[in-house]
Design a binder for this molecule. Sequence first.
Ligand SMILES: [Fe+2]
Ligand SMILES: [Fe+2]
Length: 172
Amino acid sequence: MKLTRADRILKVNHAGEHGAVNIYRAQRLVSFWRDAELKRELEEFRAHEERHRAIFAAELARRGVRRCRSYWLCGLGGYVLGLVTGICGRASIAAVTVAVERVVLRHLEMQLRELKGVDDAAYAAVAAILEDERMHHDRAAQEPNQGIFWPRLIRPAVSAATEFVIWTGMRL
Ligand SMILES: [Fe+2]
Ligand SMILES: [Fe+2]
């Protein structure tokens, strides 16, 4: 089956949301001794990411398009990243969210420009998650304890990894 650009966008986003679910799940898992507010936020964000994943899964199913081959790898990568950064605490958790969402938001906006008037269902799926992602970014960016070390280490590495996932996913 020949995939359209819209199919590929949906596939990549679906895999990416799976990665995001796993980042928050793992961060929450290792945050058991941290404050209740952080734990609540991680659970809330994870619920959003699960909803996003379900939106893309439903649209892929409707089209009869299979999930991305990178799906499980995204999940695993997200989980490992979540474990490591969750152990390190608030500053590293916030740095991951800011780094991921910056790249994600840029791509979502490009996707919306590309899909507008071309594929209404795919456009609607992407548009449905945009506000949540913006909120995740903004809340993480407001974290008062950003640290000096974490943003410098995590942002470039996580940005590059996120770009790589999107780039390869579009080609799989
Ligand atoms: Fe998401
Ligand atoms: Fe998000």
